[in-house]
Every structure is written in structure tokens, then in C-alpha cells.
Design a protein around this ligand. Structure first.
Ligand SMILES: *[C@@H]1O[C@H](CO)[C@@H](O)[C@H](O)[C@H]1NC(C)=O
Length: 581
């Protein structure tokens, strides 16, 4: 989804950001390709889209609506045969995600009559293509035949062989189509992109690893955007030059992920870049993690909030009394005491405005139809639990299911329902935001338990459906895989609503109330120790004597924790986090 609001597009909905993590097979513990994706927009309702496999007689047309706005864009011929598509995976072992970088403003206004926006491009390609390279060529064909109706995008594209990053920008109002470069993530490495184009120079004679639009350089020359040597041409520097906002709001999230893998030396090396102080100190496109990543590790990285880094925002007064690692929009703000400057509200990988998110896994050990699994979650990737659904599934869990703006459908955003995974997960997340340092460690433990349970369930059903497929009963295998995902998703939604109830009972009214069967009054013990130490210090610094007990105070009259007696909330939550990760 959209990155930065260009001046002319300042009315675009919400304040948007997205983060993708791409893991090549040899960088994963199970030799699987993985893509993690957060679709971030305050106006995006979280639901799992499903496009059943179809056969279409010649002349069948498909209506295309813009994913961001629901605007009707036109019709394109439907493919004669389409794959089953569940969210961002299909029944042919392919997955596609994206983050929007925008890019040069002149190239963001589409050629008149362009029909294919970036969302429709993803779902139409998943319906048509069976491999990452085929997907790249399909996307090129769709954009150049029917016109590309969106801003610059980085796409993540994976199959069982590997993972590609493809960066695309339209040619503006003067010319149909788009230019692009696609790079395969070297096997053993990982990549990440987050609303800033990242591909720079690229090989011209290595089609296994590097593909590109033939006119990607000549178009730039023609537009007066580039006059250097062909081999020095940098897609990102020409079509989406890094600005302060690109570095800090966007590349900062890539930096946080790469630093989590590679440690403090990486963080230090590129801190001047992501803080916008040295925009030429670009990070590598790919990095090689010292240890291979599992799907659970990728989910862990998608919970990142810049904790313990130079961009951490869970420690100052803006984090409230409970170290909340979130800042509410808008993204930039000003103060009367410093009218000449504006300030930023950092955006982290885990962010409140995520509509839906996933980690897709393509497993080469399975038959092609059963290779792709989408671990699909709704809302914030730090508070979500993702349910695994097969790309071949012919039904999806009703509590997660739904159409979107790209289908010409207005989702039920304004209707609260405990049958909706989106509202159930939002309910629990917003409760956690209210007392983060107290509630999140408890929530995280439950998230990890739920993920482990679902991983074990998936393993079991994988083993069962593999046997069925090997015995020639692919229909039975797909039905068993489908039914398992439907049950798992709806069970998860119910469990999470009950879990919200548990959290509510325990953390009501500022207390920490736990069961104590030996207590005859309430069967409970009422605990909780108020705010953390830093918050009390801040209150005194701000108010002086206003809250001071006169006549000595202290001792028996003291309320709340003293700094010496109690471990601070923050330390506690950090210890708890450490124990669970
Ligand atoms: C900015 O980064 C580039 C690339 O690493 C480096 O060559 C240059 O010296 C840096 N500039 C400053 C002012 O630190």
C-alpha cells in the first residue's frame, strides 16, 4: 500500500506504510521461500480474499476496480483458465506481495484509460501464473497491454525455487505501460522493502537472477531523467530518489530488520542513513543472515517496533505511562515553540494501521497444488495470530473471509462484530495498547502458543494430505486441507475473543487481578503496581509539589511502587519478552 503522500495526493485515505520481508530457500530452516507482508492503511478492512479456480469461455470480461479507492477502472479479458487464489498465494505454488514507493510525481499520473492498478495486478497474476518468472512476464504483459494505473511499487514474488523483488513505475500520462527491474534474492540471503525503491544497478546478461524492461534505461533518457552510462543506471536513484522521508519513514524499517539479524555493527553503520543525515549511505539490497530463519522467526521480525535501537520510541513521554511502542497519526507534527520545524511520528514494522498481514510459505516438499500456504492474519502484525490456509483451499474461514475494494465491494468497516476476526483482533490489540508494558508480555505468550499449535496442526494435516495426494486422491487432499483451514481459522477467532475476555478480567481498572481459589472474598488476588518508575519521575518533574505528601509522608502512607522496591514495568516486560523469544 501507499508510502508517502505526494503533495498532489494529500487526500489519499489514511496514513499508509507497508513492510515486506523476503526469505530465499537456503536462508530458511526448511528450505522454503517465504514472504512476509503487512498491508497498512487505516481504511483497509482485514479479510482474506478468495478467487476460485475458473474456466472462462472466450469473450469473458473481468471488471477491474482500484484496490486503494474502489474506483472502477474498466474491463480486461479474463484468462481462459485461472488458478485458485487465496489471499496472496495460489494453487500453483506462487505468492506475491508489495509495498508502494510512489516515485517521481510525473510518473505517478497514469496514461489515460489505464486499467490495471497494483492490487488487481497481484490478484490477476496469481490467477494466471505458475512460477515467479512467469509472474514477472505476466505482470509486464498486463501493464503494457491494459495500462498501469498506480504509483511506483516494489513487488515480492516467490515460488518453490526462490524469491524475487520487482520494482515498477508507470510511464506517466504520455505513454502506456510501465518500466521495471526484477532481482532474484541470492539463495541464502534475505531482502526487505518498505515503501522506498531499493534496486540500484543490475546485471544485463544474467536472466536467472536479473530481469528488466528493455526500455528501463532508454525511457529515463527520453524523459531527461538520466544521461550517464547504461551500466551505472540505478533504478532507485533515478525513479525514486531517496529523501529524508524515504530514509527515515521507510528504509528505517528495513534497517531495523537487518539490524536484528546482523547486530549492532550494521545498525551503527547505517544509522546516519536512516536518520536522514547521509542519504548516500545506502544499505545493501540483500543481506545474509548468520542463522537460517523459520516461519516463526519471520513472524517475530514482523513484530519489530525499533526496540532498543536508535529509533526506539517506547521510552519517551510519547509512549505514555506504559512504554507503548506506537504513535498515532499524523506522521508529522509541529509545536508552537518551534514553528520553523516539523517533527515525525516514526512508523515501525508492527503498526496499528495494518489491515491484514501474512507470511506465505512455499514448500518444495509438497505437490505443486499444496505447496503454497498463507499464514494469514488481520490487524497489527505484532498482536495478530496468523492462520495457515492452503493456496488450493476452495473455502476460507468465514470469520476471515471477505471481498475488498478491488472487487467493487465496500467491506463492513463500520459494523462491529465478534464474528469478524478483524474486529476481534482489533479489540484485543487496542486493549493491549492501553497498558502495553503490562498486557503485551501476556499477549505475546499466548500468540506464541497459538502459533505453535497451528504449526503442529499444519504439520499433521500436511502429512495426511500428502499421503492422499500420493495415492492419487488430489481432490480428497484439497478438500481435507480446505476443511482444516476453515476450522482452524474460525476456532482461532473464537479463542481470541475469549482471550480478550481473560485480558479484560485480569487488567481491569489499572489492576492485575489473578485467580486465587484460596481467597474467599472474590476467588482472586488483586495486584498491580501502578505506573513505572520513569512515569513517576516525569510527573514530579512536571508538577513539582502538586502531589507531594506534606508532613513527611512516605513510609506507611506511600502508595504505588518505590523505585527501589519494585522492578520497573519496563524491565519486567523486557524480561518477559526475552523469556518468550
Ligand atoms: C555518507 O556515506 C557515504 C557512503 O558510505 C560516505 O562515502 C560519505 O563519506 C558519507 N558522508 C558523510 C558526511 O558522512
Amino acid at each position: 500500500m501507499l508510502a508517502r503522500l505526494l503533495p498532489l495526493l494529500a487526500v489519499a485515505p489514511g496514513a499508509l506504510a507497508c513492510t515486506n520481508i523476503l526469505v530465499s530457500p537456503h536462508a530458511s530452516t526448511d528450505h522454503e521461500s517465504m514472504i512476509a507482508y503487512n498491508a497498512d492503511s487505516a481504511s483497509l478492512y482485514g479479510s482474506l480474499y478468495h478467487y476460485p479456480a475458473s474456466k472462462n469461455p472466450e469473450g469473458t470480461m473481468r471488471d477491474v476496480y482500484d484496490w486503494d479507492t474502489g474506483t472502477y477502472l474498466g474491463q480486461v479479458p479474463e484468462a481462459p483458465v485461472t488458478h485458485n487464489v487465496v489471499g496472496n498465494v495460489n494453487s500453483a505454488g506462487l505468492s506475491i506481495g508489495e509495498t508502494t514507493f510512489g516515485g517521481l510525481e510525473d510518473l505517478c499520473s497514469p496514461y489515460p484509460g489505464s486499467i490495471v492498478d497494483y492490487g488487481s495486478l497481484i490478484w490477476m497474476t496469481l490467477q494466471r501464473a505458475s512460477s515467479a518468472v512467469e509472474a514477472i512476464h505476466t505482470m509486464d504483459m498486463l501493464m503494457n497491454t491494459y495500462g498501469y494505473a498506480s504509483e511506483g511499487e516494489s513487488f515480492s514474488i516467490s515460488d518453490a525455487e526462490g524469491v524475487w523483488v520487482m520494482e515498477v513505475i508507470g510511464k506517466g500520462e504520455g505513454e502506456l505501460g510501465a518500466v521495471w527491474v526484477a532481482q532474484r534474492v541470492p539463495d541464502g540471503s534475505v531482502c526487505s522493502h518498505a515503501n522506498q525503491a531499493r534496486i540500484r544497478t543490475f546485471a544485463r546478461d544474467d536472466p536467472k537472477n536479473s530481469l528488466y524492461a528493455k526500455d528501463v534505461v532508454t525511457f529515463a533518457r527520453k524523459m531527461g531523467l538520466y544521461d550517464g552510462a547504461d551500466e551505472d543506471f540505478s533504478f532507485s536513484d533515478v525513479y525514486d530518489p531517496v529523501t529524508f522521508e524515504g530514509a527515515r519513514f521507510c528504509e528505517g524499517r528495513v534497517w531495523s530488520f537487518y539490524s536484528s539479524l546482523l547486530g549492532q555493527s550494521f545498525a551503527d553503520e547505517y544509522e546516519d542513513y536512516v536518520t536522514g543525515k547521509n542519504l548516500t549511505n545506502r544499505m545493501p539490497l540483500f543481506v545474509t543472515p548468520p542463522e537460517k530463519l523459520s516461519a516463526a522467526d519471520v513472524m517475530h521480525h514482523m513484530r519489530n517496533h525499533f526496540e532498543d535501537s536508535a529509533l526506539a520510541f517506547d521510552e519517551d513521554v510519547g509512549s505514555g505511562a506504559f512504554n507503548l511502542p506506537y504513535r498515532w497519526r499524523p506522521l508529522t507534527w509541529t509545536v508552537e515553540s518551534d514553528p520553523d520545524n516539523s517533527y515525525v511520528n516514526e512508523r515501525a514494522i508492527g503498526t496499528q494501521q495494518t489491515g491484514w498481514n501474512f507470511v506465505s510459505v512455499i514448500r518444495p516438499s509438497m505437490p505443486k497444488a499444496l505447496q503454497a500456504v498463507i499464514w494469514f492474519g488481520v490487524d497489527d502484525s505484532a498482536t495478530t495470530v496468523r492462520v495457515p490456509v492452503y493456496g488450493a483451499a476452495t473455502r476460507v474461514p468465514p470469520s476471515f473471509a471477505g471481498a475488498g475494494a478491488q472487487d467493487g465491494v465496500v467491506p463492513p468497516m463500520m459494523t462491529f462484530s465478534t464474528d469478524s476476526a478483524f474486529y476481534v483482533f482489533n479489540l484485543a490489540a487496542n486493549w493491549a495498547y492501553s497498558r502495553w508494558a503490562d498486557i503485551y508480555p501476556v499477549m505475546l505468550e499466548r500468540i506464541l502458543d497459538a502459533e505453535a499449535g497451528l504449526a503442529a496442526g499444519l504439520k499433521k494435516v500436511d502429512d495426511e494430505v500428502l499421503v492422499m495426494a500420493q495415492n492419487g486422491d488430489m481432490g480428497g487432499a484439497v478438500e481435507a486441507a480446505t476443511e482444516w483451514g476453515v476450522q482452524a481459522g474460525d476456532k482461532l477467532t473464537k479463542e481470541w475473543f475469549n482471550f480478550f475476555g481473560e485480558l479484560f478480567v485480569r487488567f481491569r481498572d489499572g489492576y492485575d487481578i489473578q485467580q486465587d481459589l484460596n481467597d474467599p472474598e472474590c476467588g482472586c488476588s488483586v495486584g498491580g503496581d501502578g505506573y513505572n518508575k520513569d512515569t513517576y519521575e516525569r510527573i514530579v518533574a512536571e508538577t513539582g509539589d502538586q502531589y507531594k505528601e506534606l508532613g513527611g509522608g512516605g513510609g506507611e502512607h506511600a502508595v504505588g511502587p518505590t523505585a527501589d522496591e519494585k522492578i520497573s514495568r519496563k524491565t519486567k516486560s523486557k524480561l518477559a519478552l526475552k523469556a518468550f523469544l
